[in-house]
Write a protein that binds this ligand. Structure first.
Ligand SMILES: [Zn+2]
Length: 162
């Protein structure tokens, strides 16, 4: 009986040790390899959906560059930058693996709404950009939540500061 328990114990250690090693490895691989094609496709599909909504609700299509980067520090999901009239949307690759569905469904319309308002000349919106006007655009572009990320400033006038 004791021996059996010991075996179970050892098996458990090996099993969970294996899962941990696998997770560590797959996180490492995700971080150091180009984005998997399935991720690229999902992001591209969502961007097309947002653009269709833009066409439907605003009558025009403006495709802002949507860039996946590992240069964003901390757990910010996304950033929109405005520099010399150039508007770009960045998604944080470092937090993408754990929150991919949320990033696609919510963060893309969220950042795109910031980009669209910048494009329309609303550069100094109140609530760090999360105004009622912004929320309306975010929902029109297909966002469901359209809330500010907790304590996160993610509209940048200028280059990415990192
Ligand atoms: Zn925002």
């Amino acid at each position: 009986m004791k021996k059996n328990l010991e075996k179970v114990f050892i098996f458990t250690i090996i099993f969970f040790g294996g899962i941990l090693a696998y997770n560590t490895y797959s996180n490492y691989a995700f971080k150091h390899n180009p984005l998997p094609q399935s991720y690229i496709d999902a992001i591209g599909n969502k961007q097309s959906e947002v653009l269709r909504n833009m066409k439907k609700n605003y009558g025009f299509v403006y495709k802002f560059p949507l860039i996946v980067t590992n240069k964003i520090k901390g757990n910010l999901y996304g950033v929109t930058t405005y520099e010399n009239g150039q508007i770009k949307v960045y998604l944080n690759k470092n937090v993408m693996k754990e929150s991919f569905e949320y990033m696609v469904d919510e963060v893309i319309p969220h950042e795109y709404a910031h980009a669209l308002l910048m494009y329309k000349g609303y550069l100094n919106e109140n609530k760090k950009g999360h105004s009622a006007r912004w929320e309306n655009v975010c929902k029109n572009l297909g966002g469901k939540e359209c809330r500010q990320y907790v304590n996160h400033e993610e509209i940048i006038n200028g280059k990415l500061p990192f």
